[in-house]
Design a protein around this ligand. Structure first.
Ligand SMILES: NC(=O)c1ccc[n+]([C@@H]2O[C@H](COP(=O)([O-])OP(=O)(O)OC[C@H]3O[C@@H](n4cnc5c(N)ncnc54)[C@H](OP(=O)(O)O)[C@@H]3O)[C@@H](O)[C@H]2O)c1
Length: 320
């Protein structure tokens, strides 16, 4: 099969478009014929050797989410059959390829109303947004949430899920994303480049930090500063949730009953099927800002590194 692989940690230039063996599905696994693979900041962090560094992992195929079709099932797989359309998380890698073997429990039925490119945009971002807003953040109808980086992969889905829950949503992004975010339902838009959010926001129940880290030193510094300043806009008993780092407590956090917490994607079939239902009933709509062929994974990593993606970047696998 064709796959994007690398043989050492490094910059986007280590990504090669190569021949690789088709993986063998083990017990409880499914061999998926991949049609599209989502691109995540984590893919580039792993490629750079910044996260999940392991001894001798090479040759490594990146890509932690896909949409495709069941090619073959391993032993003890009962939930899916050959030719079923599936989507989900692969783990930390394997997705940038024509085939990937995935634990059946990490896959759900692909939303019927979406093509594979748009379905591949969902698993990581939607599962993460769900965990942050609902499982960790406990967002309820009538509450107010401030979402930092509302226009990105996770952010644009978090906006829609928070609106669906019945919350009021304040979203930050740069000016070019205002119309996009208003169309997704953001009630209050803040251009983080021209307006200090803490000069206009007060008494929110939840702050959700999604600002991509490690794009460059300036973005990193701004993300840390944003996190520190966010305590002030929470109401008594509020929560700051980050999917990037555990928020260090603010100076008066304990006295004001504030909490900080980390959230992240938890792969699982039930939630993927629920998310597919929300897509098919028109509640949730993934935006794919950039579609590239698999062989252009290098360009995808250069783009994701800049930290200014609208919606998601997705790699499309050409028919063999
Ligand atoms: N814990 C987990 O399981 C998990 C899962 C997924 C992602 N993550 C992490 O979460 C972060 C976000 O992921 P993602 O996929 O959503 O990233 P992404 O799609 O690359 O995010 C890009 C967005 O960030 C916005 N942005 C950049 N700097 C900003 C700032 N200072 N204030 C407000 N918005 C800003 C950009 O808006 P403008 O272009 O308008 O500036 C752009 O729309 C990454 O660090 C990723 O590693 C963690």
């Amino acid at each position: 099969m064709k796959a994007v692989r690398y043989h050492d940690y490094g910059g986007p230039e280590v990504l090669g478009y190569e021949d690789a063996p088709i993986p063998e599905p083990g017990q409880g696994e499914i061999l998926v014929r991949v049609h599209a693979a989502g691109v995540n900041p984590a893919d580039r962090q792993i490629r750079a050797g910044l996260r999940f560094r392991r001894e001798k992992p090479f040759a490594f195929i990146p890509g932690c989410e896909v949409s495709g079709v069941v090619e073959r099932t391993g032993s003890e797989v009962t939930e899916f059959a050959v030719d079923d359309e599936v989507y989900g998380m692969t783990g930390f890698g394997g997705g940038y390829a024509e085939y990937v073997a995935v634990a059946a429990g990490k896959l759900g039925r692909k939303p019927a109303s979406l093509d594979h490119v748009h379905a591949a945009a969902l698993p990581v971002a939607a599962l993460t947004a769900w965990d942050a807003l609902f499982e960790v953040g406990g967002l309820a109808a009538g509450q107010k949430v401030l979402i930092h980086a509302a226009a990105g992969g996770v952010g644009h889905l978090a906006v829609q899920l928070a609106k669906w829950r019945g919350a009021q949503v304040i979203g930050t992004a740069s000016a070019g994303n205002e119309a996009f975010l208003r169309q997704l339902g953001v009630d209050v838009f803040i251009d983080y480049r021209t307006t200090a959010f803490d000069s206009v926001v007060r008494d929110v129940d939840m702050v959700l930090d999604l600002i991509p880290r490690e794009a460059d030193a300036a973005t990193d510094a701004l993300a840390r500063e944003t996190m520190a300043r966010s305590w002030a806009v929470l109401k008594h008993g509020g929560i700051q949730v980050s999917i990037c780092a555990n928020p260090p407590p603010g100076p008066d956090a304990a006295a004001r009953g504030l909490r900080g917490a980390y959230a992240g994607a938890k792969p699982g079939r039930d939630l993927l099927n629920r998310i597919a239902g929300l897509v098919d009933d028109g509640t949730l709509k993934p935006t794919v800002g950039t579609i590239l062929p698999l062989r252009e994974a290098r360009q995808a990593h250069e783009l994701i590194q800049r930290g200014h993606t609208r919606g998601k970047i997705v790699l499309q696998i050409e028919a063999p």
